[in-house]
Unconditional design. Sequence first.
Length: 321
Amino acid sequence: MNLSDALLPAKPNNLHALRLVAASAVVVSHAWPLAYGAGTHEPLEAWTGHSLGGWAVVVFFFLSGLLIAQSAARRDAAAFWTARAKRILPGLAGALIVTLMLAAASGGSVSVMVGADYVLRGLTLLSLEHSIPGAYAANPMPGLVNGPLWSLFHEVAAYAICFAAVRSGVMARWPLVVPVLALALWAMPGLPARVETFAPLFVAFAAGMTVWRFGAQWPVTWQALVVLGVLAPLAWPFAVLALGQATLLLAFRAPPIRLRHDLSFGVYVYGWPVAQYILHQSPGLTAPQLAVASLAATLPVALISWRLIEQPSLELHGRTA
């Protein structure tokens, strides 16, 4: 099976399920620093050099590169950016408001002006404020109200590069330009902090774009995974490709799991504030206890977000996500 065949609309897949697993992995991973303090390493980080949440974000960016490139090839600028806005902004707005409510309930100083500033800055994705004075004051990570939202800026920046590369014809004529640029950026020393954070994520996104571009030739096979797995310890880009190939196999060759609701975004944006509030109410939880409790509490919140905010937004004037 090649990737182009796997992506045919009629073929069932596990993309929704994998995104939900990745989002849940981020929630579980964050339980360690939230329970024990900033800088705490969770177990997988000692073995692989990256946390479970870090690897999960790689899966997100790889799949986004694949699916966003496909979307860019099918839509003009207006339709493409409308679809992206409808998928991100309504759910994000709801998460920002809930984050404020939980922060205020924990003792944070949330005036009308502070709240408005927090929500408006968050919706720009450029200047999101991660802390609110007084929130979760007794927690191991005081003040930090919703850490994971930092990645949304980098994801949208990758969308812009992808759309430009696909619609301009660059991906069609010179399919290796984007991955080469991503690797050059990743290897470049002395980058500004935000660009330095973006670079390894864009390697994952560019990998997804590239396998989409070579979809007719890209094998979704275990043999390809074995080859990439052997190369994975050599450098970050090989590790990304190996994880991406494993993701493709699970997405398109494993028995399909049909989910009625797409909860991955909600789990990702609500997991941190829910965990912080649980710790505020039940101080002293261990990381495993917090991981279980926060995931169990976040899933219903994500379902409410999907049913009341995200799904209605996507269905407004037809689903375009």
